[in-house]
Every structure is written in C-alpha cells, then in structure tokens.
Design a binder for this molecule. Structure first.
Ligand SMILES: Nc1nc2c(c(=O)[nH]1)N[C@H]1C(S)=C(S)[C@@H](COP(=O)(O)OP(=O)(O)OC[C@H]3O[C@@H](n4cnc5c(=O)[nH]c(N)nc54)[C@H](O)[C@@H]3O)O[C@H]1N2
Ligand SMILES: Nc1nc2c(c(=O)[nH]1)N[C@H]1C(S)=C(S)[C@@H](COP(=O)(O)OP(=O)(O)OC[C@H]3O[C@@H](n4cnc5c(=O)[nH]c(N)nc54)[C@H](O)[C@@H]3O)O[C@H]1N2
Ligand code: SF4
Ligand SMILES: [Mo]
Length: 706
C-alpha cells in the first residue's frame, strides 16, 4: 500500500466517444490513477482528447449510479429505491413477456443513441425478442451514410489517411474536435502537416477553415446543391475519371442530365458560395490525386440527408478516388462474425420485419433496421399502427438529444414501462421505472469497434469493477437468457468467443492483442464489381427506383429558411445552426465531470458583432435564442467568425448540478427549438431536422439570469 505499492500499466482503447484511441491505463492498488495516449496505437499515435484524459473522473464520480434502482414515487418525481439485480432483471423480463403475450413483441421498442459498444448486444436482444423496433440516432447520423453507401456502392467508403491523400475536402466536419465514428483528428492533422491540400466546406470560420486552401462558406443545409454544382464543373470540364466512369458506373447519362440542372449561377444563389469558388474547389479536388472527403454529420441532419451523402460518395467515385490508396477506401473487417450474423438480424421473422414502425415510408431506415423515434412516440400516444408499451433505452438521453425534446419527454413519461441503462440519472433516466447501472469501457471485456467499418477490432479488457455496475453486454445476455433465448452464451464472454470464432480463435486468444485488422486491399471492384443490384457504382440508384424514390440526387430547400418561409423569417430573421460540439463534452454527457465543466461552464451561442450591437448584447451576456417553437438561454460569444445572417448554438445542455429531477433539461437544450415534423424528414431515411431553422435573439433581463 501507499508509496511502495506497485503501479500497473494496462493497454486498452478508450471509448469516451466514438474514437477508439489507444490508451495506457495506470492502475495502483486496484484504482485507476491516470490515462495517457498509447504512442504505438494506429488510430491516435499517442494523442488523446480532454474527455479521455478526464475519464477517470467519470468512472469514480460520486453521482454515478452503482446499483439498480426502481421508481419509488410518481414518474419523474426523483424518488428511487435500491433493488437487487435479480429483482431488476426478473421485473424487466416478466414485463416484456407480458407485453409479448398481450400485444406482440413489436410493442417493445429498444432505444439507443449514437454508437456505443453495447449496440451489437442491444440489437441481438431485440432480434431474438422478435421486435423490429430499434430507435437510435442513426437515421440522422452515420447509419444514414452507411445506408446511402450500401445502395450506391455496397459499403461505406472511409477517408484513407494511411494512404496519404494529397487533397482532403473537409465537408461539414470538425474532426479535430469530434473524432467521429471511425476517424480521429490526429490523422487529418498528420496528412495536412505533410502538405495535403485542404478544402473546407463550412458556414463558420473554424480552425480548419482558417487554414484551408479554399474555404467554401455556404448557407447551412444547402450542401446537396453545392455538391451538385461541383459535379457540374467536374463533368462540364471533363475532369472525371473516364475509365472508372466507363467501366464501373451505372446511370452516367441520367446523372449528367440531372447535374446540368444545377448551373453554377443557380447553385450560387442557393448556397451563397460564389460560382468562381465552386469552380476552383471542384478543379482542385478533381485534379489532385489521390483526394478524399472527410464528411461530417450536419449534412445528414435534415431533409437532404441521403442525397447529400450520396453526392459526396459520387464526387469521390467519379474523380477516381474510390477504393484507392489515399482516396476513400472500402475496408474489410478482420475474420469473424459479421454484425448481421451476430445480431441475428437475418433471423427476425419476415412478418415481424413487416412491422417496422414507419417502415412502409422510410424504406432505407427499415433496410438497415432503424425506426425514426417519432414513430415510436406516436405509437405510444395513439396506439397506431399498434401500441408501444415497453421501452428499454441503453446509451441515450432522448429527452435532451432528440428533435422536439418536449414531445420526447411526454412520450417517455407516458409509456407503460420504461427501463434505462446509464452511468448517471440523466433527465431521461429520471422518467424510468427501473434504471440499471452500466459499466464503462474500463469495466468490461469487449471486441471494441465491432460496429464500425474501418476494418479494426480493438480487444479491451476489464480493469476495474465499480459498485454493482454491469456492462450492457452482460445485461442483455442475462436478460436474454431469462427470456428463454437459447442463442446466448452461458456468460457474455462466450458471446465474444462467437464473434471471433470464424477466425479459429477464442476471445481469450485475442483479448490481450492491441488490435486486429482485416486485410487491406484496394480496387476490389475491378475483380468483383460493387455489391449493388447492377454490380456497378450506382449514380442512378436502382434500389430507389424500385422503392419509388427519385433514383437521382437532388437538392430540396431547407424546410424553415428565409427562402421557404419568408413570412416566418420576418419575425425570426437569423438562420440558426443548432448543434455545435465542444471538444470537452460528448452530446449531453460530461457536464458533471469537474475537469471538463471547468473548461466550459456554460452553453455558448456564437453571434456576429453587428447582431450583438443591434440587440444590445455584450460578449458574455446571457441571451435568449427563440425559434417558432420555444426559447432557451446561452451566453453570447460575440465573434466575427460567424456570418451576421447566422446564429450558432450548442447542443446537449442540461445541468446535473440542479437537483430537481428534470435537471434543467428544458433551459438550454437546442432541442427545445427543433421540430420533429415528418414533413421535414428525408424521404427514405426519416432523418429529422436537428440543425437548420429560423430564430431571433435578445438579451435575458437581469432578473431572469439564474
Ligand atoms: N439539435 C441537435 N440535436 C442533436 C444533434 C445536433 O447536432 N443538434 N446531434 C445529434 C447526434 S449526431 C446524435 S448522434 C445524438 C446523440 O444522442 P445520444 O446518444 O442520446 O447522446 P448522449 O448525450 O451521448 O447520450 C448518451 C447517454 O448514454 C450514456 N452512455 C454513454 N456510454 C454508455 C454505454 O456504453 N452504455 C450505456 N448504457 N450508456 C452509456 C451517457 O451517460 C448518456 O446519458 O444527438 C443528436 N441530437
Ligand atoms: N467532443 C465531441 N465529439 C463528438 C461529439 C460531441 O458531441 N462532442 N459528437 C459525436 C457525434 S455522434 C457526431 S455525429 C460527430 C459530429 O461531428 P462532425 O461530423 O465533425 O460534426 P459537427 O461538429 O456537428 O459539425 C462539423 C462542422 O460542420 C459545420 N456545419 C454546420 N452546419 C453545416 C452545414 O449545413 N453544412 C456544412 N457544410 N457545414 C455545416 C459546423 O460549423 C462544424 O464546424 O461528433 C462525434 N464526436
Ligand atoms: S477522442 Fe474519444 S476515444 Fe479518443 S481519447 Fe478522446 S474520448 Fe477517448
Ligand atoms: Mo451523431
């Protein structure tokens, strides 16, 4: 004990966000003392972000839920009673079985948020239970990209930084702060330091935009139009890869015809980007080889979601940068079970698949196994097309993170039975009947990154045990077995065995390896074609044709903009960008972590000095941001880096330090301002508009500042 005790260093990989950074975990006397970057790890090469460095404060946080609890008072009253795991799991299992008996398995919905490691086990549990209804964040984030890629070229293309791109088009991405999905910012920084050209497409002057060779400062939400304009230049100046187009593309002529409808004059008018700059960027992108696109989520959070995604893949493909070194590669996973095999997605009975909520309308979402959450809320409110009676949410805080947060709050307050698995009593967990305490990535074994498409698996070992916490893996395994599902292993470690089994190994054989990587091979399409109905890269999407959507990409005007709603714009004159991330928080998380909150105590709205002057706002003042649906408070950051026609706010705010059970969920959350109207959804994916709408701003009166 004390100063003589031994310090162990355990290699692991962080999952404080999506990033999967290699870390060295220092442990003394069974307690984690420090996390630092692993210089030998391929994804981060020693770098770590503030969230990862502060993660031990999350693990040992005094407010962490350490045992299961059940509701003691009324819904949302904040009164809890400690229960055993047996009581918790028995209660959940018998409730779910009762719903299956009375209404059918489809009346159970499983909820998750953005990618967490537990998602594979959650999906497996849903499929084995027989419900098609999984709601997540995927329809407006990432899985939309996966879906768009599946129907276009069979797999998700990823920027191949290891192949050293000579030009990177950073499109709606703040990767240095966000390390999203398969990516870490470290890789972009490295190729830029090696001299790669940089094009940035972003309405705000970000760090990257300030260093770009070309910065395209577009009107928020108009990305699809800009991409069509760039395609127009590439086609009319014959800058495309003729051989690729000739041999591997389906629907070239139709695509060319569609693109011709987007003249640069028209695109300039829609996007605010001068025609000459569009031309210059298209030339730089098409003429520098290899080139890649680093895309980000804002293009997906609204009505143009899938077409914007498709267009970015199209730009990569027609310039000959698909599946080539330094372009956008189609990686293969290491040998093992596929996600679809593991989750038993294919085993969900056809009659159950036919019951996807919203599946008739949002066919792409149903194809990848997702339900827009609004369909679940409506089924709770109306019982149509059938009632949803029980919800299990693991790894999400919809009361803060989904469009029209008030509606989400109402739905989750009304559903018959709600179980939430989380680290803390979030505003969503506070509405539950039972809350389960979940382990973090430092507290369980797992094949990290299993859901991602970068071709890696990051084995991770359990290092500490906190209270009675259990991992999502263990919870779904135990619950599944209680429900009589025979496919689960005797412990969840046997389920991990099954993931690696096709490689002839067991979990124990790989758990101490730093990572596993699939074989990297480029230009696979030359041998096999693409995994699409035509075996070609589909500029003209035959799947969409079959489903009755426009097979070619188009631009749809943002549903609430000065163009589409000039009357509303008279009262709400600014375009609101509702979703800035900060480097120190992940969505609604981390506001309770001292090191991180100290760096960023309050929600911040970016407004231009001209706007500030007009409304009598000083830098640092509390202001209201109001949309036609409600108002919230942020502190003003008066900055010339934002256009005077725009206001940018952050996303994910609640206040764990406020002790009432709502924890201020409706005070500063961007989703008090958003709508969740299906009229504004992407047609095939059901992506809701989280980002672009109209607003006004004004100071908070002194007496209202709390
Ligand atoms: N207006 C607006 N809304 C947005 C966005 C925006 O830009 N603007 N962004 C959207 C996007 S892209 C996304 S992906 C969503 C994210 O939406 P969510 O995924 O709902 O966001 P989080 O706040 O990360 O919620 C995750 C919760 O799970 C808990 N958690 C973390 N890890 C685990 C785990 O391993 N297991 C379990 N059981 N729990 C865990 C955390 O404590 C937290 O409470 O938000 C969306 N909402
Ligand atoms: N620290 C931290 N990291 C995160 C998250 C977090 O909350 N915090 N969230 C995670 C999740 S789930 C996601 S999806 C990713 C998101 O991370 P990214 O994909 O990087 O997306 P954002 O940071 O939301 O926005 C990126 C940039 O797009 C710009 N932008 C906004 N609207 C538009 C638009 O209409 N068009 C264009 N071209 N640009 C626009 C913004 O100004 C911003 O600079 O980050 C992940 N990583
Ligand atoms: S970027 Fe994500 S994975 Fe990497 S250190 Fe930060 S929190 Fe951890
Ligand atoms: Mo996301």
């Amino acid at each position: 004990m004390g100063i003589d005790s031994e310090e162990r260093v355990v290699r692991s990989n962080c999952r404080g966000c999506h990033g999967g950074c290699g870390v060295l975990v220092h442990v003394r006397d069974g307690v984690i003392t420090k996390l630092e970057g692993d210089p030998d790890f391929p994804t981060n090469r020693g770098s770590m972000c503030s969230k990862g460095l502060a993660f031990k404060q999350l693990v040992y946080h005094p407010d962490r839920l350490k045992h299961p609890v059940k509701r003691a008072g009324k819904r949302g009253e904040g009164k809890w009673e400690r229960i055993t795991w047996d009581e918790a799991l028995d209660t959940i299992a018998s409730k779910l079985q009762q719903v299956i008996r009375d209404h059918g398995a489809e009346s159970i919905a499983l909820g998750q948020g953005t990618s967490r490691e537990g998602e594979s086990f959650l999906a497996r549990f849903a499929n084995l239970t027989g419900t098609p209804n999984i709601f997540a964040a995927g329809h407006f984030c990432y899985l939309s990209r996966v879906g768009a890629s599946l129907i276009t070229c069979g797999n998700l293309p990823l920027a191949d930084y290891d192949g050293n791109p000579k030009c990177v088009m950073v499109w709606a991405s703040n990767i240095m702060w966000t390390n999203p999905d398969e990516y870490t910012g470290e890789n972009l920084a490295r190729v830029l330091a090696q001299g790669a050209k940089l094009i940035v497409v972003d309405p705000r002057l970000t760090y990257q935009a300030s260093r770009a060779d070309i910065w395209l400062k577009l009107r928020p939400g108009t990305d699809a139009a800009l991409a069509l304009g760039m395609a127009n230049v590439i086609i009319s100046e014959k800058l495309y890869d003729k051989e690729f187009v000739h041999k591997h593309v389906h629907g070239w002529d139709e695509f060319v015809e569609r693109v011709r409808q987007y003249s640069l004059e028209k695109v300039e008018e829609i996007t605010w980007v001068p025609a000459e700059q569009i031309r210059e960027a298209a030339r730089l992108f098409a003429q520098t080889k290899p080139a890649t696109i680093q895309w980000g989520v804002p293009i997906e959070q609204g009505i143009n979601c899938i077409d914007a995604d498709r267009l970015l893949i199209d730009l990569v493909a027609i310039t000959g940068n698909l599946d080539v070194p330094g372009g956008a590669a189609l990686f293969r996973p290491p040998k093992g079970q596929t996600i679809s095999q593991f989750t038993h997605h294919r085993d969900l009975a056809p009659e159950q698949k036919a019951k996807y909520l919203g599946g008739e309308k949002y066919k792409l979402a149903a194809m990848i196994g997702l339900v827009p959450e609004k369909m679940v809320w409506d089924a709770i409110f109306t019982g149509k097309p059938y009632p949803v009676k029980a919800i299990m949410i693991h790894g999400s805080n919809p009361v803060v993170t989904r469009a029209n947060a008030r509606e989400a709050y109402r739905a989750l307050s009304q559903v018959d039975f709600l179980e939430v698995g989380d680290f803390f009593l979030t505003p969503t967990a506070e509405l539950a009947d039972i809350v389960l305490p979940v382990s973090t990535w430092l507290e369980a074994d797992y094949t990290g990154g299993f859901f991602f498409r970068h071709g890696y698996l990051f084995p991770r070992r359990k290092i500490v045990q906190i209270g009675e916490c259990k991992s999502d893996f263990e919870i779904f395994n135990e619950l599944g077995r209680r429900m009589g599902q025979e496919q689960w292993g005797a412990t969840y470690l046997e389920d991990l065995d099954s993931i690696v089994e096709p490689s002839g190994r067991k979990w124990a054989d790989v758990r101490d390896l730093p990572y596993l990587r699939g074989e990297v091979e480029y230009r696979k399409y030359e041998r096999n074609g693409f995994s699409t109905p035509t075996r070609k890269f589909e500029l003209y999407c035959t799947t969409f044709e079959k489903w009755g959507y426009d097979p070619l990409p188009q631009y749809r005007e943002v549903p609430e903009s000065p163009v589409s709603k000039p009357e509303v714009a008279k009262e709400y004159p600014y375009i609101l960008m509702a979703g800035q991330r900060t480097p120190v928080f992940f969505h609604s998380e981390h506001r309770m972590i001292p090191w991180l909150r100290e760096l960023h105590p309050d929600p911040i709205a970016e407004i231009h000095p001209q706007v500030a002057k007009e409304h009598g706002i000083e830098d640092g003042d509390w202001i209201y941001i109001e949309s036609p649906r409600g108002r919230i408070k942020h502190r003003a950051w008066v900055t010339p880096t934002i256009d005077p026609r725009l206001v940018a706010i952050q996303h994910g705010w609640w206040f764990p330090e406020q002790k009432d059970p709502g924890h201020g969920w409706d005070q500063s959350s961007s989703n008090i301002l958003t709508d969740n109207d299906p009229e504004t959804y992407d047609v095939s994916m059901g992506a809701s508009n989280l980002r672009v709408m109209l607003c006004k701003v004004y100071p908070v009166a002194e007496e209202e500042v709390s």
